[in-house]
Write a protein that binds this ligand. Structure first.
Ligand SMILES: Nc1ncnc2c1ncn2[C@@H]1O[C@H](COP(=O)(O)OP(=O)(O)OP(=O)(O)O)[C@@H](O)[C@H]1O
Ligand SMILES: [Mg+2]
Length: 319
């Protein structure tokens, strides 16, 4: 049983609900559990009817359970302020003004958001996670999740190239400076290389942890679009060396009893039949087992309904 569990899937399929239900199962089994929302449209707070912030807080009414919500906007802000502080210490005021402009623009850079979010996820895995037996991540819809999880590989390579570039430029500087009375600038004492190496090490840690100590579940609904998207997600995660542990089919229509007749019952029967076909199709065409089927409820899944869903979520939570 991996310590980190990720739930992904397309928008609205029930990732947050299933993450909360799974975290609840872990906690009820006596494991100290933290559930982390990485979705900008937060709803772990809605599920538990309690506000959560950037630090883990105990979930009221549930033993062994804590929750936190990462705010990507705030992360990007903090990230860029960090860079600004660091650069200010090294350059003149004129350059600082220019940097401010660049930083303003960097807010809008595609990827800044994911990178900052990913940094925070890594910090959770490295720091906050120490106090817990299980950490459950409720992720943003599929596209973002895939990007997020493929980042260690991507960023690791990128940082590696930056290090090489910096080493080359230091080398050139060194050659040009021969004969002058200046302290030697080498890769060993260069603060930029030091920082880049730190980042590279961080991404390696993330890549290793995701490969070795994490389970990935995809949540889907029993309809054609959702099955197709899940199949693609499994393939793409596979391309990044991440294998999906199981599929959770959520919002499955309950069948009417045999002796129920009338339009409503006929409608439900036809619907149940269609959904069965979709689930069978998922089982035949996606090389990942369906580990749970959760029935559709008539209302929002919170409070006691969450306990019911947790009971239906047949994922083993023990080692
Ligand atoms: N089994 C279920 N029966 C009935 N309603 C459900 C069920 N599972 C989830 N819901 C409801 O569906 C809505 C979407 O669920 P949820 O927020 O968990 O999805 P999500 O995948 O996290 O969405 P998003 O992509 O927006 O983050 C919520 O109102 C939730 O209460
Ligand atoms: Mg959600």
């Amino acid at each position: 049983m991996a310590r980190f569990t990720f739930f992904g899937g397309k928008g609205g399929v029930g990732k947050t609900t299933v993450s909360a239900a799974y975290a609840l199962r872990c906690a009820d089994a006596g494991h100290e559990t933290l559930v982390v929302s990485t979705d900008p449209a937060h709803s772990i707070s809605d599920v538990f009817d309690q506000p959560f912030g950037d630090e883990p807080e105990p979930v009221t009414g549930h033993e062994h359970l804590a929750a936190m919500e990462i705010d990507p906007e705030a992360e990007v802000e903090a990230h860029l302020m960090d860079i600004r502080r660091e650069m200010e210490a090294q350059v003149s005021q004129v350059v600082v003004n220019e940097i401010d402009k660049q930083i303003e623009m960097a807010h809008e850079t595609p990827g800044a958001y994911e990178a900052a979010l990913f940094d925070r996820v890594i910090r959770v895995m490295r720091e906050e996670a120490d106090a817990y037996d299980r950490v459950v991540f409720d992720t943003a819809p599929t596209g973002n999740t895939l990007r997020l999880l493929s980042l260690p590989e991507f960023l690791g390579d990128w940082v590696e190239r930056l290090i090489e570039k910096r080493e080359t430029s230091l080398d050139l500087y060194q050659k040009a400076a021969i004969g002058k009375e200046e302290p030697r600038k080498t890769a060993e004492n260069d603060p930029i290389i030091h920082r880049l190496r730190e980042r590279k090490e961080k991404f390696e840690f993330a890549g290793r942890t995701l490969r070795e100590d994490a389970d990935f579940y995809l949540v889907l609904n029993p309809d054609e679009l959702s099955v197709a998207e899940t199949r693609r997600a499994v393939e793409r995660l596979g391309e990044h060396g991440l294998s999906v542990t199981g599929l959770v089919v959520n919002k499955v229509t309950p069948a009417p009893d045999e002796d129920e007749h009338g339009r409503g019952a006929d409608y439900l029967r036809a619907r149940v039949e269609r959904e069965r076909e979709r689930i069978a199709e998922a089982e035949e065409t996606i090389p990942v087992p369906v580990v749970a089927r959760i029935a559709s409820r008539t209302g929002e899944v919170t409070g006691p309904l969450l306990d019911e869903v947790a009971a239906e979520l047949g994922i083993d939570v023990d080692d």
